[in-house]
Design a protein around this ligand. Sequence first.
Ligand SMILES: C[S@@+](CC[C@H](N)C(=O)[O-])C[C@H]1O[C@@H](n2cnc3c(N)ncnc32)[C@H](O)[C@@H]1O
Length: 275
Amino acid sequence: MPSSNAVTSKKIYDARSTKYNETWHPEHAANYILWTQPKPGQHVLDLACGTGLVSIPAKRAVGSTGTVTAVDVSTGMMAIGKESAKEEGLDIEWLEWDMTDMISAKEQGKIRGDYDLITCATALVLLDDPLSALKQWKELLKPGGRIITDAPTEKTTPEGMIFEEIGEELGIEQPSRRLWVKDDKSLKQLFIDAGLEIERSWKAPGYVPGEEYQADEAGELFDKWTGQYFCKAFGEESVREKARSMFVEKFEAAKGAGGVVRGEDAFYMVIGMKV
Ligand SMILES: C[S@@+](CC[C@H](N)C(=O)[O-])C[C@H]1O[C@@H](n2cnc3c(N)ncnc32)[C@H](O)[C@@H]1O
């Protein structure tokens, strides 16, 4: 049975697929290749491959003697990736699968068990249990193989963190699960707990300027955001009033100098190795 995250993500990303490549994601994905430098002949597993923004340049890098397996739950996102790969004549193995259940994929012979590199760009924070996912993924690496992934910093999109906190208290599920990201050690610690050796960890700047909001606009911002898909559940009649007052209180508490709530735009990045 697919995880609840997989079901939600499939819906969200199928709907976003046709516009997805117009965002900042291509730039971040290109950096994944710069940071990891896949070599000809290597085997790469791109988890949450989306529209193939990492899979496609990875396949260019590993060439015809290497392989790229691209995994996602969203048929819509992968359809875009398949089309782009076909246009370039790149032979990528596409697999519609829940990335939290990769051991079954291995047992069913759908993927390899000796990857040189596993990539998971901007998707770890969609998972309910990122540690258990990382532990599974480690089992798919050959010794010396590496995993690269990211998490937005705790200060990135502060409103998202606040909606998640409120969601937890009110029992409203959010597509993003970022509350475990407390500081620059959180992602690194997950790798260590999964039994991976840290090859490199760093903070990478994002691709859009961090937002700034006046804390005293919190109520209006709540109204605006609950009109959008991600936060719609907080605008439902039964919870709206409570959620709004919780949001305003937390947003006020997050304000800094001049009554401004500042978001940054940055990622914690880690490359871990199986020893
Ligand atoms: C923000 S996109 C990232 C796509 C790609 N890695 C990139 O950098 O452009 C998140 C992707 O994760 C996928 N996803 C979310 N949960 C998943 C799961 N449990 N298994 C497989 N894919 C998942 C979504 O369908 C979506 O394509």
